[in-house]
Structure formats: C-alpha cells, structure tokens
Ligand binder design. Structure first.
Ligand code: PHE
Length: 458
C-alpha cells in the first residue's frame, strides 16, 4: 500500500536510519563542547534526565504521528487534524528542516575540508615548517569567501545523492552501510585515546560530577542539546516514521535510538577529553574544540608516534563526516517529502529544489564567518540566527505541540494501537509512558522554554 511513498524494509533499517539521524555533529562536536563548558559529569547527569524523561517521549509522539498518518510533517497534521491549528507544528518543522540543513552543512563542509587535509597529511607533518597555529589556520579558512562554500556545496551534493535515491535504496541502504562503520571507528578511536599517557584525568572529568557546576544555564543548555541530538521537535522523525511498516515497534525503536545516540555522545567524550587532558589543553575550548584543539592533539601525538597520529586524525574526521551525512539526509528528507507530496513533484525534482534553496541559505551562513561578518539580523549573523531559531524556538515549541497533540488531542485508542501494533505486542510500560507524554515532557519543555525566552524580552 505504501509502495509509492517507499518504506523501510526492516526493523534494523528503521533503527539504523533513525539512529543515523540522531547521531551527528551534535554528538561528536556539540556534546563535548557543552560538556566542557558545563563541568563534565554534572552536565551529563542532567542531560541523561532530559533524554529519557523529555526528549524520548517527544520522539515516541513523533513516531505515533508519522506512522499513523503516513505523510510528510505538514501533511500528517492535515490528515490527523484537518483544518485545525495543529498544522502549525508541521509548518514549523518543515521551516526548521530548511534552516537546520543550511547551517549544519556549513560545519559539515568544514569537516569535509579537515578530512581531506588530514588524508593529505596536512594536519600532521613532521617537516617542522608547517604552521602549527591551528586557531589561525581555522579562522583563515572559515573567513575565506568561497572555499568553505565549495565544501558546503560538495557536502550538500552528497546529501542530495542519497536522498534522491529514495528510502530503501538511498536512506536505508546508506545508513546500514555508514552506521556500523561509524561505530567501528568510535571503538578504534576510544582504544587510541584511552591508552594515551595521562588519559585518567580526562576520564575523571567525565565521571566525577561536580554538582556545583549545575547552574540554570547548564540545565537550559542540556535540554537544547538533548533535543538537537535526538533530532526531535522539527518533524524529522514524523517524516521518517511515515515510512515505518506496521510491524515496526515504536517504543523499542525509540529506546534503541536513544541508547545508541547517548552512547555515541558519551563515547565521543571518552575519545576527546582523555586526549585533550593528556596533552594538557583546557577542556572548555568551545566550538573550536574539534577544529583547533584536536588538530593540536593530533600533531603532538604524531610527533611521538607518527602512524598513530596520522591514522587517529584521519579516522576522527571520517567519523565526523559520516555522522554529519546520516543526519543531513534526515533533515533534507523533511523538506523533500513535503515538497514532493504537497506539490506533487517527483522525488528527484523535490530533492533538487531543496538542495538549491539550502545551498543559497547555507552560503549566507558560511559568509557570516567572512565577508558578511557585519551583516546581522536581530543582532545575529545568519549562522547564529538560524541556529538560534531552530534550537531555541522551533525544537522546543514543536516538541511541546507534538506531545500535547498525542497526549491530549489524538484518540487514546489510536495512540494505544500504534504503541502496541494493534494489540499484537504488549507494552507493559503504557501507563508511565503516557504519563511522560501527557505531563512530564510538556511541563518540562514549557518551564525551560519560558526560562529561556523571557530573559530575551526583559
Ligand atoms: N541529531 C543531529 C545531530 O546530533 C542533528 C539533527 C537535528 C538532525 C535535527 C536532524 C534534525 O547532529
């Protein structure tokens, strides 16, 4: 029945594709940055709370909406609640899809550049003449007017090629290929990192919570990070779950995705912090962590053990690139599914339209690090503006609307049918689960959202 839209062929495909969406720059680049700023283990504890009590219920709500409607993010609300204002959640999602893909691809483009540079040995060379001022090298690169845009375009093209091939032959096939590879690389890198001399201090930083570091800001940051990392709140998982089959287990898939995503985030911490501490660099470097701090680490490592240093650097950026790609295809799919269904366009044509729009918007974001540094809207450059709109507004508001929609508006029987696959699998946790969806998640999101938004206006 679903042949025209396409569908995932197996439960494994569902989990790997959804985990692929979740695991991304958010885990390997953003999470360690936030951990570094939020004081290590204390941040992780708060983060775990948000993942399982707030973000996972949103994920389950999105799965219920998507699979019962079998439509794109906007179409789903049109089908389930015709002519009702709930459609706003879908519209915010598709808008969010365009914005998030645009700024994400900028960082993904940088990653592509660093992957190539590390393969060519430019990050680790022993001729003694190379500039080791990675901070300056990074600034010079990102402020170049056209080079980062070239990499951005190359990355967008990769994303496009996967999405244009459709669900089974594109998204599912490549997720099945890339996700296992990604997990293998993570294990290899951990092995490198944990055996570095002095790694113990980094491990302590990740495991010993200093609760005094848990300021309100850290709590706000933790929820934003949890939403971003699980790709929830902007209709991405509504779209993916519209391709689930009727045998797909919604709760099991959500739990698995949350576990894989959290594991990858924490393991990335175990890759990054032991090495960072081992070479005596401060852990709170901010966004420059993987593009400035880590190259320094790789170079030091190279000085002592050339082969290890080279392989470490290369594998790390390949890992980052794979993670970015499995996420960007899911962002692209939000918009492609919408354009193709709403405007009745072929998948290829819809994908091309999305790619072109995001290339233009992405270039704006990229230029805000260079020639457009002074161009601001609401006091922010395009990159920061898009990031702000998506992570501070669209994701929490979208998540709030979707949990309210499933918890309070949708027919309770439909919800239970979705969770139990028409009664064929028992869900023993039904009551607590519905409690999370109806009360805990919306209340949690609302409190955080208001705390974040009110100070902006006073
Ligand atoms: N979850 C992805 C990451 O961690 C980012 C993402 C956000 C993907 C929104 C899809 C939708 O990098």
């Amino acid at each position: 029945m679903n042949d025209e839209r396409g569908s995932f062929s197996s439960q494994l495909g569902v989990i790997l594709a959804s985990a692929g969406s979740a695991v991304g720059l958010g885990n390997i680049w953003r999470f360690p940055t936030e951990v570094g700023r939020g004081g290590g283990a204390a941040f992780i504890l708060v983060y775990l709370g948000f993942i399982f009590l707030v973000a996972m219920p949103v994920m389950i709500s999105e799965f219920i909406i998507g699979r019962s409607a079998r439509s794109n993010a906007i179409g789903a609300f049109q089908k389930l609640a015709p002519r009702k204002p709930w459609i706003v959640a879908g519209i915010m999602g598709v808008l969010g899809g365009f914005l998030v893909l645009s700024f994400y691809s900028v960082v993904a483009g940088w990653t592509l550049h660093y992957t190539i540079a590390s393969a060519l040995g430019q990050l680790t060379t022993d001729n003694g003449q190379q500039t080791t001022d990675f901070a300056q090298a990074f600034t010079v690169f990102v402020s170049n007017p056209w080079l980062p845009i070239l990499y951005l375009a190359a990355f967008m093209l990769l994303t496009h090629l996967v999405v244009a091939r459709g669900i089974r032959h594109g998204i599912e096939r490549y997720s099945k290929l890339m996700m296992p590879l990604l997990l293998i690389i993570i294990v290899l890198l951990m092995a490198f990192s944990l055996t570095m001399p002095g790694a113990a201090e980094g491990i302590r930083f990740l495991l010993q919570p200093d609760l005094s570091k848990v300021t309100p800001d850290v709590v706000l940051g933790a929820m934003g990070q949890a939403f971003f990392s699980l790709s929830v709140g902007i209709g991405c998982l509504v779209t993916y779950s519209s391709y689930f089959s009727k045998e797909t287990r919604i709760v099991k898939s959500a739990v698995n995705v949350c576990i894989i995503d959290t594991m990858v985030a924490v393991l990335s911490g175990f890759i990054i912090f032991p090495t960072v501490f081992s070479v005596g660099i401060a852990p709170d470097a901010g966004p420059g962590l993987v593009f400035i701090t880590l190259p320094n680490v790789f170079l030091l490592c190279f000085g002592k053990m050339p082969v290890v240093g080279y392989v470490f650097a290369l594998l790390f950026y390949v890992l980052l690139l794979l993670a970015a790609l499995t996420s960007s295809i899911s962002m692209h799919e939000i918009c492609t599914a919408f354009i193709s269904e709403h405007f009745r366009q072929s998948r290829r044509r819809a994908a091309t339209i999305v790619t072109i729009i995001c290339l233009v918007l992405g270039s704006f974001c990229s230029l805000s690090f260079g020639p457009w540094q002074d161009v601001t809207v609401l006091g922010k450059g395009f990159f920061d503006l898009f990031d702000f709109i998506v992570t501070k507004f669209l994701m929490p508001l979208g998540g709030l609307l979707m949990t309210l929609f499933v918890g309070w508006y949708l027919d309770r029987r439909l919800v239970e049918q979705q969770l139990t696959n028409d009664g064929s699998i028992p869900v023993r946790t039904m009551r607590p689960l519905l409690f999370l969806v109806r009360w805990v998640a919306p209340a949690g999101i609302l409190v955080i959202f208001l705390n974040e938004i009110i100070p902006l206006f006073i």
